[in-house]
Design a protein around this ligand. Sequence first.
Ligand code: CAA
Length: 376
Amino acid sequence: MNLTFTAEQEMMRKMVRDFAVSEIAPFIEKMEKGEFPREILRKMGELGLMGIPVPEKYGGAEMDFTSYIIAINEISRVSATLGVILSVHTSVGTMPILYFGTEEQKQKYVPKLASGEYLGAFCLTEPSAGSDAASLKSRAVKKGDHYVINGSKMFITNGGEADIYIVFATTEPKLGTKGIAAFIVEKNTPGLCIGKDEKKMGLHGSRTVQLTFEDMLVPVENLLGSESDGFKIAMANLEVGRIGIATQALGIAEAALSAATTYAKERQQFGKPIAFQQGIGFKLADMATSVEAAKLLVYRSADLRTRGLKCGMEASMAKLFATRTAVEVSTEAIQVFGGYGYTEDYPVERYFRDAKVTEIYEGTSEIQRIVISKYL
Ligand code: CAA
């Protein structure tokens, strides 16, 4: 495994780190009050960050997958909200069209997604189909040159803000996973109804909504792949998406470790900085060790992907471990800060609130264990 980043990858890290500190950090307060970061996303589009791994031919930056992961890592250290928006937009909002779309579909949608003019969303989960994604009930019936889709979706990241929705629906329930199709749905499609905006524990600047499809009319040319390809498309893109979420979690954990270490060196109790009290010093040592291990798993899976090798098991391992690390390290960071850590005056309570959902979305930790054990 090559653990050295290339000069190009290091440039990406520096550029995104500077952008996150100068442009994203000042916007955190507004996002915490629920404001969606439209303006930041526009600037990210100008910098080429909305289509990092997309070929130049389709308007992207045509950089390697590791560079994309570096960008999510640096953004998530400052804002996990923007980390998930970028990961969902790219991994599961744009890449399904790039990998499974016709040339016409790619030409029509990918350049707009890669430039940030369009935002992408991924609609798999339903009220009664979460971990058991194949049990989804949304139904697509072909009528002439359209599919008529009825059903509902739940917990859709970027929902209500997105311009393009990758929607999964069954054309033939009897066929199980082989009866699921994927569609490219534009935001103004008749019958696409944006529902409840979830009030979440964290990630306050990201939008998470319910959707309903009421005789939603999708042109046949917006079918992605064949009618039986949908589940495979969902799984293949989730596999890569999980590296993105693992990276978001890594960014949160790094931020929590950094805040706790800085504070522990400054805070004096019993005549010396608490970092030199063994109870706190050992805590920081454990936190740093977990963060380092998470980083190795994340960049190992990204490197496999960059080299075009299989990375399904490694992606799930990275997600399982990095998301647990984010929850544990952010919890311990609050402990290091003591009472101050429980207040909104310090960022560690936000890291803690943002961390939890990483163990849930894009496949819960239990689902990652199913995937890993299947490989074993
Ligand atoms: N790539 C390509 N194909 C794949 C695949 C992959 N990574 N994984 C599975 N498949 C294929 C299988 O090969 C199989 O095809 P064949 O029948 O031809 O062999 C087919 O898909 C069905 O596979 P399984 O039998 O393994 O399917 P299953 O019903 O047992 O489900 C599961 C497997 C792993 C549990 C799956 O349901 C799953 O991942 N569940 C979690 C759902 C999830 O992650 N949801 C996240 C929602 S999106 C989100 O959260 C985004 C956000 O907002 C942040």
